[in-house]
Design a protein around this ligand. Structure first.
Ligand code: AMP
Length: 249
């Protein structure tokens, strides 16, 4: 079975994001970028499925600028077999990404598509669900465990206050939650080998996808600064502040 994994290039989660001077987005120039952490988990899960003989090929796809090749090479170094870069100059909205991915799915015919539950830059948590709807496939979102048995995927999902296990008929869409696995680091020999693995370049038009934006960003703002804390000298003073200033007692 072929597994398709979607991996987005995002601002490295360890970098403090700054709003652009025009207020219409965040600064990306000279900012360290990385693979979306939930997508690292998606790549890892696909590799584990291959290691236990449930998958035979892993294709990783990224929709982004030329530099998204680095993200794809990281996935190839982790263990993916082949990569597809769908080149776009501007960031696409989740619906645009889902339409492109639908085209990739129709061309590649995977038995399973794994995405992250959300991209840490736009926090949309929409692409996997939209892709499932466009394809008419089942979806198991927020997966913390995936078990494949023949034509079935059992997906344990993290839901409010517990876990829910659903059974999906393949082909299906799975989106990863944080506790699904711990992604591996690529070893140096694998990073070298990844340079020779196939990486195809395509455009949204190759998949007949209309990626025209439908949303207009009006404003992007930094979060408001936090007020400094105060030190209290006695328990009585603390109780007094909790009662009269914070009004929580
Ligand atoms: P989002 O709906 O934007 O929060 O993204 C959810 C997931 O969709 C991500 O974790 C990725 O797996 C996938 N995805 C979103 N945008 C892209 C992109 N530009 N390229 C590849 N995968 C993407």
């Amino acid at each position: 079975m072929k597994v398709l994994v979607a991996a987005k290039r995002v601002v490295d989660p360890n970098v403090k994001v700054r709003v652009k001077s025009d207020g219409l987005g965040v600064e990306l120039a000279n900012v360290k970028m990385a693979m979306n952490p939930f997508d690292e988990i998606a790549v890892e899960e696909a590799i584990r499925l291959k290691e236990v003989g449930k998958a035979d090929e892993i294709v990783v796809v990224s929709i982004g600028p030329a530099q998204a090749q680095e993200t794809l090479r990281t996935a190839l170094a982790m263990g993916a077999d082949r990569a597809i870069l769908v080149k776009v100059d501007d960031q696409l909205e989740p619906l645009g990404v889902a339409k492109v991915l639908k085209g990739v799915v129709e061309a590649e015919k995977p038995g399973l598509v794994i995405l992250g539950k959300q991209a840490t830059d736009d926090d949309s948590n929409q692409t996997g669900q939209m892709l499932a709807a466009l394809l008419g496939w089942s979806q198991g979102t927020f997966a913390s465990k995936v078990v494949l048995e023949g034509n079935i995927a059992k997906v344990t999902r993290e839901v409010d206050g517990g876990l829910q296990t659903v059974e999906l008929k393949l082909p299906a869409i799975v989106t990863t939650d944080l506790r699904l696995n711990q992604p591996r680091y690529a070893s140096l020999p694998n990073i070298m080998k990844a340079k020779k693995k196939p990486l195809d370049e395509k455009s949204p038009a190759d998949f007949g996808a209309d990626v025209t934006p439908r949303l207009k960003v009006l404003k992007t703002e930094e979060p408001g600064g936090r007020k400094a804390g105060v030190k209290v000298k006695t328990v009585a003073e603390l109780v007094d502040k909790l009662k009269n200033e914070a009004v929580v007692l």
